[in-house]
Design a protein around this ligand. Structure first.
Ligand code: PMT
Length: 403
């Protein structure tokens, strides 16, 4: 519930502005006091009178309103709420926020917002091509890095006829995001290091050894850890899934690169989750030219890669940092996970049978067991996001326990 909470909503000019009206109603239903500011373009889609009638409060439409109080209204608007929500936020407004421009009431509110003290949520909505434009993506990365929380748009049919990402999430989802922004954040002040995705072990300039990991599982854990308030570093192999907003990403290719980046960071982490599918072996020799095919069979000699999880497990003192590993198996996942838990000195092994339907590499869901010294808890088939949240809940409990 949002009883007594002040939510200030900035509406920009896009067809999705109509959803802002329902968002106000739902926020109020949850107990919030809502005030609205609008750009000039937003007023072409929805009249300020609609919001004024709903909120029983003046709607901020200009930076320089007559009267001393209203002339600084945008500052008070930005600084006197529990959550500041920009929905819909156009590509233009995102660019202004990213680059610190303040040439209208909404962009000046963004400039005056105490990001870091007050949650500032940005819900972009725009045409798919505009969303995918590298300039928009660069602006998103900038605002995320500065602590604004971006609510990614939904994909689907857009008003302009395009189909793809760019739809403003439904009002219910916006209200849920506001509630979540105000929920206790158990990993505030904690540093979480996560590995994700595959590694690639080169054979020659054209070929490599790898596996089918997409990074979905690890990226979902990273997103959940950010939501819980942690400072998250994600060391990941070659993947195409987008880096969750607010995450520091370190891209690597080989197991040895992943090893180097993790070993440089693990000691300052409060918790580490290793979900990457790291190649256990690499070719002994990497050819500097494309290897020509032979008439007969070809032999490739492989040598062991460092076991990053085992090395961190051996190096940590006591239970610091909290250490979580994964186990990808094709049968008897709990049995093997118990062995890894002890051998790699982990607090938790997330075991998945990657041959089970809906589980493992590339799927949106996973079927896992949470294996600790206390026992093995089977989880039902569920999204990798939900499993990421369970892992983060585990970290929060262990860190609070100080075990
Ligand atoms: O990325 P997705 O497409 O979403 O797929 C998710 C997943 C199937 C990759 C994930 O759920 C998973 O199971 N990850 C671990 C895969 C794996 O390599 O398991 P393993 O049993 O070989 O390794 C055990 C643990 O040691 C893992 O935490 C692994 O990150 C770590 N390890 C392994 C080898 C190595 N050289 N260094 C390591 O740190």
């Amino acid at each position: 519930m949002l009883t007594g909470r002040k939510i200030h909503l900035c509406v920009c000019g896009g067809i999705a502005a109509y959803k802002a009206v329902e968002t106000v109603r739902l926020l109020q239903k949850a107990g919030a006091q809502v005030q609205v500011a609008m750009t000039a373009n937003a007023q072409a889609f929805v009249g300020p009178m609609t919001f004024q009638a709903l909120t029983h409060a003046p709607v901020l439409t200009r930076t320089l309103d007559p009267g001393e109080e209203m002339a600084i209204g945008h500052i008070a608007f930005a600084q006197s709420c529990d959550v500041l929500l920009f929905a819909p936020c156009t590509a233009n407004m995102l660019g202004k926020i990213a680059h610190g421009l303040g040439d209208d009431v909404v962009s000046t509110i963004a400039l005056a917002a105490p990001v870091g003290r007050t949650p500032v949520l940005i819900a972009p909505a725009m045409n798919t091509a505009m969303w995918e434009n590298p300039a928009t993506q660069a602006n998103l990365a900038l605002v995320s890095a500065r602590g604004y929380r971006v609510l990614l748009p939904d994909a689907g049919a857009l008003a302009c006829g395009a189909v793809g990402p760019g739809r403003l999430p439904e009002p219910e989802a916006l209200v849920a995001a506001v509630m979540e922004a105000l929920a206790p954040r158990p990993l505030t002040g904690r540093r979480v290091l996560i590995t994700a995705g595959p590694t690639r072990e080169p054979i020659d300039p054209a070929r490599f050894l790898s596996n089918a990991s997409t990074g979905k599982a690890g990226f979902a854990i990273a997103a959940a850890a950010v939501r819980a308030g942690a400072a998250v570093t994600l060391v990941h192999g070659p993947v195409t899934v987008p880096v969750p907003p607010g995450v520091e990403a370190v891209a690597v290719t080989t197991a040895r690169e992943m090893h180097r980046e993790v070993m440089a960071r693990w000691a300052v982490a409060d918790a580490i989750v290793m979900s990457a599918a790291v190649a256990d072996y690499r070719p002994a020799e990497v050819f500097d030219h494309k290897v020509k095919k032979l008439d007969g069979p070809m032999t490739l000699t492989l040598v062991r890669n460092p076991d990053i999880l085992a090395e961190v497990g051996a190096a940590r003192t006591g239970a610091h940092p909290v250490l979580v590993g994964f186990a990808a198996e094709t049968g008897h996942p709990v049995e093997y996970a118990r062995d890894k838990l002890v051998r790699k000195r982990c607090d938790l092994i997330v075991a998945n049978d990657v041959s089970a339907p809906g589980a493992g590499f590339g799927t949106d869901t996973n079927l896992v067991y949470l294996v600790t010294a206390e026992g093995a808890e089977p989880l039902p088939l569920q999204s990798k996001e939900a499993i990421g949240q369970r892992i983060v809940d585990f970290l929060a409990v262990r860190l609070a326990d100080g075990r």
